[in-house]
Ligand binder design. Structure first.
Ligand SMILES: Nc1ncnc2c1ncn2[C@@H]1O[C@H](COP(=O)(O)OP(=O)(O)OP(=O)(O)O)[C@@H](O)[C@H]1O
Ligand SMILES: [Mg+2]
Length: 328
């Protein structure tokens, strides 16, 4: 695994701290890109590694039991015969699912033209994955099954983002073994810091035993209540302990963010990132910071890999000039 690759696990064993919301919005905005913010579009794979399947439902994807999911990939025989691409929901179907979900919830409204994705692929999950922790326990290479499954498609995506369950069990270990980076969302509330030292210890263990490429990508303060002394206190403590690792962008607690999954799409797609739409604006701000960190990491390793989207466009024979204003 190349150390500069962008494979980010969104992880915190604490429940409900916005892991899924952050993973989904980050994956979507990095895929979509925003030239005025200096974010080029990118080919992104979002992996739902949580049996709750919340990342899948965030796009209105129906968690039926009969669809192939990440579970099948983890359980495959060790000859690695399954092809990840056969398990992905591509941008066209993802767009259909989002639009269908929006129409179901908003019968009288027109589907917003913004409600589409182009470069985003989802590896879905459902409740079958809940058996994986126990089933994996007796399997050979149980910690690195995801990494092995992803190896053949590593060069097919610019970025891979993994949403993990609220535990430090085998599923999360598989995510961290397959990642270069860990993004930790921290809810701006009193108990947020409890559990952080356990999480940091687990990261150190994974670095030592399974994946020495794993590094902290950043800590995102989420669900921040403006005017709340408690939120300000928690943010201050997080910054005091983790310094530069904490993203400048803070995600506020807002109905627009909480309600977005009901409309079948992440808030960064549903709402334009304007002053009035603070939820979308802040998640786009986080994506901008994330992109800058990705560039810094590549510079550190002295590599500037060609964008997968650009390579594919050239292979298709698309005119190259369309890339001029969106490349870095
Ligand atoms: N900034 C926010 N403002 C308001 N509600 C939010 C915000 N971020 C997330 N939520 C809501 O809080 C709940 C928990 O968020 P989310 O599912 O992203 O957390 P999680 O860490 O993935 O949870 P779990 O540990 O169960 O996987 C969800 O209902 C989500 O819609
Ligand atoms: Mg979640």
């Amino acid at each position: 695994m190349d150390p500069y690759k962008t494979i980010i696990s969104c992880t915190n064993q604490k429940g409900g701290c916005a892991k899924t919301t952050t993973a989904v919005n980050l994956a979507t905005s990095l895929a979509e890109g925003n030239p005025s913010m200096g974010i080029p579009p990118a080919k992104v794979l979002l992996i739902d590694l949580d049996p709750q399947g919340n990342a899948s439902t965030s796009f209105g994807v129906d968690k039926r039991l009969d669809v192939p999911t990440v579970y099948d990939l983890l359980m495959q025989p060790s000859d690695g015969t399954l092809n990840v691409h056969d398990y992905l929901i591509g941008p066209d179907i993802l767009t259909d699912e989002m639009q269908r979900a929006f129409k179901n919830m908003n019968q009288d409204s027109r589907i917003p033209p913004r409600l589409k994705v182009e470069n985003l692929y989802l590896l879905p999950s459902n409740i079958r994955l809940s058996g994986a922790e126990i089933e994996l326990a007796t399997k050979l290479g149980r910690e690195t099954r995801l990494r092995e499954a992803l190896a053949p498609v590593m060069d097919d995506f610019d970025h891979i983002i993994i949403d993990t369950p609220p535990s430090l069990g085998l599923l999360t270990i598989n995510a961290l073994a397959a990642s270069n980076w860990i993004l930790v969302p921290v809810q701006a509330e009193y108990y947020a810091l409890e559990g952080m030292s356990q999480l940091m210890n687990s990261i150190r263990l994974i670095q030592k035993r399974v994946n020495n490429h794993l590094k902290l990508f950043g800590i995102a303060v989420t669900m921040y209540t403006p005017q709340s002394k408690l939120s300000a206190f928690v943010e201050g403590e997080v910054r005091k302990h983790f310094g530069e690792d904490v993203f400048q962008t803070v995600i506020p607690r807002l109905m627009s963010i909480a309600e977005a999954p009901k409309d079948g799409a992440p808030v960064v797609l549903l709402k334009k990132p304007t002053k009035r739409n603070k939820g979308s604006k802040q998640y786009w701000g986080l994506a901008k910071e994330a992109h800058q960190r990705i560039l810094a990491r590549r510079a550190e390793y002295g590599v500037n890999p060609e964008s997968v989207l650009r390579r594919e466009a050239i292979e298709r024979g698309d005119p190259e000039h369309i890339w001029d204003d969106i490349e870095d």
